[in-house]
Design a protein around this ligand. Structure first.
Ligand code: UDP
Length: 474
């Protein structure tokens, strides 16, 4: 039992990827604004990446949360070493990195949290770690702190992961590549095609680390005291209602930097400022294209999309990340592409995505259906054209295109072709069908904004979470 005079103090531990760090930083700000003391932990290599993206020397003195503290928020910041040298390429050596995270890292975290607890003046009461870590139950138990899991993806994906046993009983896990069937037995999920399940559930993936990480995580998260989900009750009510019968899960989204004014460095890459270029373009005329921070595709896809963009004749900004195709990056664009597009297109390595989406010149988003990108697109009421690549992206595509009708598919056949790409981009940007998409996304935007108002569902859920957490602590 902790002393009830003390403020709740949570250690926040994000997965070291952009799409997880972003909502974790925003969660830190939100919790601190509700009176929490926060100790925010980055991996050392993340700290170095973020420092580099700011063009500053990679010394460990930079405190990314200093602005937050100036605004009166009690957020401390620290880093943990993962045991690899600074220059080790963790993306291209995914297996080696994750093997170590699964095997050796838990002992490091144990020692690390032990030290924080020993030296902390105010008492740490809870650990809020990413759901894809599997060590939190053991460590939270050892130090007698509350185990809160933060799931940064939609409840639909959580539910699929939660019900792996039911999928197994029905012969859909491991998932045979050739089987395409509709699944309608997952509690709280009306219907989902096998094509839309996460790729790491497929038969051919069963021996991979991606599968091991996810299946273990979905098992371990059942031991969490509380689960926070960056979704909204009104968006996924049936799924959340079912999950809530099994485990306390709180829909507290949208957690997005779009909604906080406090500046915290989060980007792994330097952000190109597109404002001037966008100012020269008419209202709703620009398609913003980005496949997030992690997804990798092949040269053929990049080339078909490039030709499709030219054929569509729309203005576009395309984030071509250095590693969008393994070790080929920007060179995967067709020869002479940049000259061909002239001022119609802007190819950039990275940007402040929410700032771009908010710009009135932007009228559509060609996205890989990452969950943060989807939420940001809704918040800015920008209809989407979807090209899901892996992980949870096919499931998010289903939500966007089939359920909420706020986006369309980039292509329907098995193979992507430039003509279909161009046709669909034109439908999104100029077609009469896009009016319906715009109406629907405007409705959802209002739902999301209402959810975080004082009496909105997410705000209430957040307050319930804080009450329930305190009741468990004190
Ligand atoms: N993002 C950004 N600039 C870019 C591209 C992406 O700031 O040029 C951000 C985007 O706003 C989102 C995150 O990176 O918050 C990507 O997360 P998401 O869940 O969409 O995809 P992931 O990277 O996890 O696949």
């Amino acid at each position: 039992m902790a002393n009830s005079q003390l403020k709740p103090h949570a250690i926040l531990f994000p997965l070291p990827y952009q799409g997880h760090i972003n909502p974790f930083v925003d969660l830190a700000i939100k919790l601190a604004s509700k009176g929490f003391t926060i100790t925010f932990v980055h991996f050392e290599f993340v700290h170095q990446r973020l420092s580099k993206s700011q063009n500053s020397n990679t010394n460990n003195e930079i405190d990314f949360f200093s602005e937050a503290r100036k605004s009166g928020l009690d957020i401390r910041y620290t880093t943990i070493n993962d045991g690899f040298p600074r220059e080790f390429d963790r993306l291209n050596n995914y297996d080696e990195f994750w093997k170590s995270l699964l095997q050796d890292f838990p002992a490091r975290v144990d020692e690390f949290i032990g030290e924080i607890l020993q030296f902390e003046q105010s008492m740490v009461t809870s650990l809020i770690a990413d759901t894809f870590f599997s060590w939190p139950p053991t460590i939270a138990k050892k130090y007698n702190i509350v185990n809160v899991s933060f799931f940064t993806q939609p409840a639909l994906v959580y539910s699929i992961g939660y019900h792996l046993d039911i999928l197994r009983e029905n012969g859909h896990y491991p998932l045979k590549e050739s089987v395409v069937e509709e699944i309608n037995y997952i509690p709280g999920v009306k219907s989902i095609s096998t094509k839309e399940l996460m790729h790491y559930l497929k038969e051919g993936e069963i021996e991979t680390l991606k599968h091991k990480i996810a299946s273990r995580a979905f098992q371990e998260v059942k031991k969490a005291d509380f689960v926070l989900d960056n979704t909204v009750q009104e968006l996924e009510s049936e799924t959340l209602d079912d999950l809530n019968k099994k485990q306390p899960i709180y829909a507290i989204g949208p957690i997005s930097s779009f909604l906080t004014k406090i500046i915290v460095t989060k980007s792994f890459w330097s952000e190109f400022d597109c404002t001037k270029w966008l100012e020269s373009k008419p209202l709703n005329s620009v398609l913003y294209v980005s496949f997030g921070s992690l997804a990798q595709t092949n040269k053929h896809v990049i080339q078909e999309i490039a030709h499709g963009l030219v054929l569509s004749e729309v203005n576009f900004i395309w984030v071509v990340r250095e590693n969008i195709v393994k070790s080929d990056g920007i060179n995967t664009l067709p020869d002479g592409f940049k000259d061909e597009i002239g001022d119609k297109g802007l190819i950039i390595p990275w940007c402040d995505q929410t700032l771009v989406l908010l710009n009135p010149a932007v009228g559509g988003f060609l996205t890989h259906c990452g969950w943060n990108s989807t939420i940001e697109s809704i918040l800015c009421s920008t209809p989407m054209i979807c090209y899901p690549i892996e992980y949870d992206q096919p499931a998010v595509r289903k939500l966007v295109v089939d359920d909420w009708k706020i986006g369309i598919n980039l292509h329907d056949g098995d193979l992507i072709h430039r003509d279909e790409v161009a046709k669909n981009i034109r439908i999104l940007m100029t077609g009469t069908d896009s009016l319906g998409l715009k109406q629907e996304i405007e409705k959802l935007k209002n739902v999301l904004h209402k959810a975080i108002e004082k009496d909105g569902s997410s705000e209430r859920n957040f307050d319930h979470f804080v009450e329930d957490l305190k009741a468990k602590i004190y």
